[in-house]
Design a protein around this ligand. Structure first.
Ligand code: 5GP
Length: 171
């Protein structure tokens, strides 16, 4: 495995994002929507850098079919979530095709939130072709399969404290 983001780099960036969100949402009591499972490490660190009041909810998403193209079908469990009248921030681990994010934005918009923004730890190049705006971005990463800091390969590696690229031949 090749390390592409060191723990220290990640910590510094998450501190920055937490400070930015704290400044932007002062007196707005936003709700952070974590996208399970990949968000957990990022969200847990981000939460401890946000210095204003906020609440946290979760959704769980998965993609079926051809996940590398727009023909994939997203399924989501919203756990009775309702963001009506709330300033809402979706917290994603990684945006690749943008399919998951588009689906979440479309669905949550129907609930009539006061505002809806996106915070993504990682963004892959393909995301820039998708009809989504990422308001708070951790890092751009190359179009390779990355693991660590919450991201898995077959449910493994979520706990490693840095970000690494898995050797494609071992996948
Ligand atoms: P999208 O719908 O944007 O194509 O894909 C988003 C989801 O695909 C992410 O939430 C994540 O679960 C998964 N994903 C995309 N790229 C990677 C990657 O490089 N590594 C891992 N572990 N998951 C990825």
């Amino acid at each position: 495995m090749k390390i592409i983001l060191k723990k220290e780099q990640i910590t510094e960036r998450v501190e920055y994002l937490g400070a930015k969100i704290s400044a932007d949402y002062m007196d707005k009591n936003p709700v952070l929507i974590g996208c399970l499972k990949g968000c957990v490490v990022f969200l847990a660190d981000l939460m401890r850098e946000i210095t204003i009041p906020y609440t946290v909810e979760f959704v769980r998403t998965s993609t079926y079919g051809e996940s590398r193209t727009s023909s994939g079908i997203v399924q989501a469990d919203f756990f009775d979530l309702n963001v009506r009248g709330r300033h809402t921030v979706i917290v994603e681990d990684i945006v690749d095709t943008g399919l998951t994010l588009s689906y979440l934005i479309t669905t949550l918009t129907k609930q009539d939130p006061l505002s809806l923004k996106v915070c993504a730890f990682l963004v892959k190049p393909g995301a820039y072709d998708a009809p989504v705006t990422i308001d708070y971005k951790g890092f751009d990463v190359p179009d390779e399969f990355v693991v660590g800091y919450g991201l898995d390969w077959n449910e493994q590696y979520r706990g490693i404290p840095y970000l690494a690229v898995v050797d494609e031949k071992s996948l």
